[in-house]
Design a binder for this molecule. Sequence first.
Ligand code: FAD
Ligand code: NAP
Length: 336
Amino acid sequence: MVLLDNINLKTFNTFGIQANAKGIIPIYNEINVFEVLAAQIRPLRILGGGSNILLTGDVNAYILKNEIKGIEIIDEDENQVLVQVGAGEKWHQFVLWALSQNLAGVENLSLIPGSVGAAPMQNIGAYGVEQESVFHCLKAIHLESGVRKVFFKDECKFGYRDSIFKTLVKDQYFITHVVYILKKKNYTVRTDYGAINDILAVKGITSPTIHQVSDAIIEIRKSKLPNPVEIGNAGSFFKNPVVPVEKFGTLLDKYKYIPSYPVSETEVKIPAGWLIEKAGFKGLKRNNIGVHHLQALVLVNYGDGNGKEIHQLAMEICQTVQNNFDIIIEPEVNIW
Ligand code: FAD
Ligand code: NAP
């Protein structure tokens, strides 16, 4: 076990926020976790790629930095494979691996930053697909008792950017491996979301392969989202609110062009980015922080921005949206 004392976390979070932790411990396998527990090192926090956290101050804990690697087919039949992935693998590397094997299921989740171990945490999703659609089970270690546990799909209570790992058992389990089911054949590709079909049409593609869908999504994402290497950010800072249809009806009377997507017969999703833009925050720059000029859902750190200031701005945005539209929007990002 390697323990690096008093570490600056600036390069460990995509917001690029300066903050110190008591120490950082790279975890290469399950044994490393048991060593930490046996040495009674406490308190502990778990970190993957740091692309979904906002540091609002120093972290009074030792960080377990997940570096567990490996992608292994553990079972297969003529239609599908079960793939076990080390939780410290980069998510997009896993997507690239699936594409290289002609395995379908994760192509719409191309180019999402972060680790495989964090994917079940908020049930990552993009372009109409969530990781739960390919999830089989995950392996985790309970940090209090050191007991190993396998969580199958039903137990994870996956929802929109949500799971029990973000709620009921938050910070209690270190996820070491995730097992996914990917399809060899008999699958359909999903292209009806966002600009995928437009991009494919421009290229004259009518029956896209998983590779072509992935390429289209990568192209859209690169054109719309700030690259954290250039401007610090954690992707969408807020979740899209879901409101009852009656409430949406009253908003429609006032805002004729309000975008919406049906969630069920009784509920409608409204893009939080639209609400934030209408509330006047899109492109806002305040000292070294702000709201991205192309995507109002993304809060940014232009340089030496401070996590507390970003958090305050986020709360101000929530309050203004609530005042203007009577809608509560919630952060998607984990506030540390
Ligand atoms: P971290 O930020 O390191 O951790 C996030 C949380 O998970 C923390 O609470 C941490 O303690 C916990 N955690 C991490 N690893 C483990 C583990 N092994 N065991 C237990 N708990 C763990 N998200 C989407 O859903 N869809 C998108 O399209 C998307 N696009 C993005 C685009 C950009 C440019 C950025 C910066 C972010 C985007 N995100 C998106 C958010 C983010 O990439 C995902 O939430 C990702 O899964 C976070 O992974 P991570 O390893 O960086 O997690
Ligand atoms: P977009 O295509 O401009 O669409 C704006 C919003 O409308 C999205 O948030 C999406 O909701 C919703 N939407 C669009 N088409 C939809 C459809 N056909 N059915 C239902 N809802 C629809 O969004 P974007 O910002 O460029 O992002 C594209 C995708 O990548 C989205 O799925 C988004 O969630 C994902 N993404 C996520 C993050 C993150 O950090 N979480 C960052 C970047 C991109 P949903 O968000 O619910 O899908």
